[in-house]
Design a protein around this ligand. Structure first.
Ligand code: SF4
Length: 664
């Protein structure tokens, strides 16, 4: 008797046999920018689609001389296919694309992938997803899940019951790629083992094509997820690997409501734009993710409302250059007042020609933050060039926009920054940091750094260390430079810093980062108002303690299951600290997941805080309490007695969430 899974496989194979032919696409395509000229090519639509059959093998994966044919749908020009070729040792894009199939032979009989017309290709087949890399990949996975479920597939809880396994990845860092290779080797063993008939199809989705030893059945670029159900059917029908690596000028998946991986979580991410126009010389993103394109504002606001209704309390807006958001749809143009269109300061510039018009990030953030005053809003990953003063004032004035800013510096040397094509000097960066800290007091800053970039001297390295000492970040992501195929640095600059020197410099900056972070965290210990913490769960190390995230994004581990029901109640009842209704058990409430809790911090390392919970609160109440403290109307928190303040509850008569003036 067939097992349920075997039935599904038989059914799926029977089904896909009716879908012979090669899929094509109706997407509008644009090749990624290849020079230092304007890469904002949104008007530079190009319909030069190509479908090629290539034969590829891999040079870094375990070698198997048998080669697997692939059907590849890709753009002309440098593309994901180039990265496949560079990895696998096959000829460059120009030659592979010259082997394009005759379009008449690639025309599908009836399966253009964008017009599925409700066809249920999946028929209950199950897929399993493994995500490698950053939050963008997690968000892409949620889009993938929506597409797959919409096509009649369902998500498997584990690999054993899956008909298809997807590895969602990116090629920005070398180690993400290495992890994928290792995983493919595992899957290969499964495919060659005694249960090979039950081995799932393997799909690699994301920024880089991978093909290894007949392992990968499907490869899909980040703009082609809609085609995945049909690509799967093609792979089954033809018994060939199939890839759609086309980049799009306009794909934002705005009409797809992502299926959240953790629907019970109080945190969520929302993609507002995709791609990048910046062409930093070390980075593959403009090639693998294409040019910048933003979702229309109404689709974003609708999704934010839905997430609010689902109880989300901590929302992160996502984009490769999230603060370069520019909605040029009809709504974006009509709703825009033109606020926030300028660069951070005159020391910043762009490699591409900036365009006027449309709604910018500042206005979007204003609208998003007004939807639910009890939902925190963060955003990542921004570029330092796009922090106009209006954006900073908005952040400072709106209690639910977190005072947390990622400011990827990459280097502290102006000479290296120039080679990296970052568009700013160290002086411009310092000026921006000063501006941010003066307008958004208490802001937590984080950054990215690369050590050992092409031509980096000891003097350059000293400049980076100096910048890190002066700024003192709360969080940093630090890497050694690794050459990425197809980038400007990969083609034109020499990767001439020895690995041991890169490593030593990396260790230098890691040490400096930790010292700076510890300084900043210690300065926050025992803040008069405490920290407003969203309760996320129990501490992994000590289940009797809670862990949550503060406004600045850092983790706080804290004690006490029972807290006062509100800050206001502590002010009303308090007549002097512990044992007077404040420190005692009477009237206290149990902390729950998803609560905001006022926590007084007691100690810190360079990565987290320890503290003690005082009262359940809300963003609005906590913000008002901070204001009163600043005015001197109330006293400060005490680490030993809890809240020790005069009764000023009437002053905490918390009104609605006012719409704030975001001009300086
Ligand atoms: S701005 Fe960021 S994503 Fe864009 S090219 Fe530079 S490093 Fe890459």
């Amino acid at each position: 008797m067939l097992t349920t899974r075997a039935c599904r496989l038989a059914l799926r194979r029977n089904l896909v046999s009716h879908h012979r032919g090669l899929a094509t696409t109706t997407n509008t395509l644009v090749p990624p920018p290849t020079s230092s000229s304007d890469s904002s090519a949104n008007n530079n639509n190009n319909s030069n689609q190509s479908a090629s059959t290539t034969t590829s093998s891999n040079t870094t994966a375990p070698t198997d001389k048998k080669k697997k044919k692939h059907i590849v749908f890709g753009n002309r020009g440098p593309s994901l296919q180039d990265f496949l070729n560079s990895t696998t040792g096959t000829p460059s894009s120009s030659s592979s694309h010259s082997k394009s199939l005759d379009p008449t032979t690639t025309t599908p009989l009836e399966v253009p992938y964008l017009s599925m017309k409700g066809r249920q290709l999946g028929q209950g087949s199950k897929y399993f997803v493994e995500v490698y890399g950053c939050q963008m990949n997690v968000n892409d996975t949620e889009i993938l899940m929506a597409i797959m479920n919409g096509a009649g597939y369902s998500k498997a809880d584990d690999l054993e019951e899956a008909d298809i396994v997807f590895l969602v990845t990116c090629a920005i860092r070398e180690n993400a790629e290495t992890r994928i290779w290792n995983r493919l080797a595992d899957l290969k063993r499964r495919r060659l083992g005694p249960l090979k008939d039950r081995a799932p199809l393997v799909g690699v989705l994301g920024d880089k094509l991978l093909d290894s030893d007949k392992m990968v059945d499907l490869v899909c670029g980040p703009d082609a997820y809609r085609s995945i159900p049909h690509l799967l059917s093609i792979s089954e029908t033809t018994r060939q690997g199939v890839a759609n690596v086309m980049l799009s000028a306009d794909e934002t998946y705005a009409d797809i409501v992502p299926l959240r991986i953790s629907p019970e979580s109080f945190s969520a991410h929302l993609s507002i734009m995709r791609g990048c126009n910046n062409m930093c010389s070390f980075c593959v993103v403009p090639f693998t993710r294409g040019n910048e394109r933003s979702r229309d504002v109404e689709s974003i606001l609708k999704e934010v409302r839905q997430l609010s209704e689902q109880g989300v309390k901590d929302l992160t807006l996502l984009g490769q250059n999230v603060n370069s958001f520019r909605d040029t749809s009809k709504d974006g143009v009509e709703l825009s007042g033109g606020v926030g269109a300028e660069l951070s300061n005159p020391g910043f510039n762009t490699i591409y020609k900036r365009k006027d018009g449309g709604m910018r990030f500042t206005e979007l953030l204003d609208k998003v933050s007004l939807i639910d005053p009890e939902m925190r809003i963060r955003f990542t990953s921004p570029h330092p060039k796009d922090f106009p003063t209006a954006l900073l004032h908005l952040m400072a004035s709106r209690p639910n926009i977190c005072s947390q800013i990622h400011m990827p510096a990459q280097s502290g040397s102006t000479a290296v920054l120039s080679k990296m094509r970052r568009g700013y000097s160290r002086e411009a960066y310092f000026e921006l940091v000063d501006n941010i800290r003066s307008i958004v007091p208490g802001v937590a800053l984080s950054s990215d750094f690369i050590t050992g970039f092409c031509g980096e001297t000891e003097e350059d390295h000293k400049d980076t260390m100096d910048l890190m000492r002066r700024v003192e970040y709360e969080m940093a992501y630090m890497f050694m430079y690794s050459r990425r195929e197809g980038t400007h640095a990969g083609r034109r600059l020499q990767d001439d810093v020895p690995e041991d020197v890169k490593l030593r410099r990396l260790q230098d900056i890691i040490g400096i980062f930790h010292k700076g972070a510890e300084n900043r965290f210690r300065a926050r210990v025992g803040l008069p108002a405490g920290e407003c913490v969203l309760v996320e769960g129990r501490s992994r190390r000590d289940k009797s303690r809670w862990v949550g995230r503060a406004d600045g994004g850092f983790k706080i581990v804290f004690d006490d299951d029972l807290v006062l029901p509100s800050i206001e109640s502590s002010l009303t009842n308090n007549s002097g600290g512990a044992g007077s209704g404040v420190g005692g058990e009477k009237g206290k409430v149990q902390i729950k997941l998803g609560d905001y809790v006022q926590v007084v911090t007691t100690s810190a390392t360079s990565t987290s805080f320890q503290g003690k919970a005082v009262a359940r609160t809300s963003l609005t109440e906590f913000s008002r309490f901070q204001s009163l403290l600043n005015q001197g109307s109330v006293g400060r928190l005490s680490t030993t007695t809890g809240v020790n303040i005069p009764p000023v509850a009437s002053q905490l008569g918390l009104g609605g969430h006012a719409s704030l003036n975001i001009s300086p």
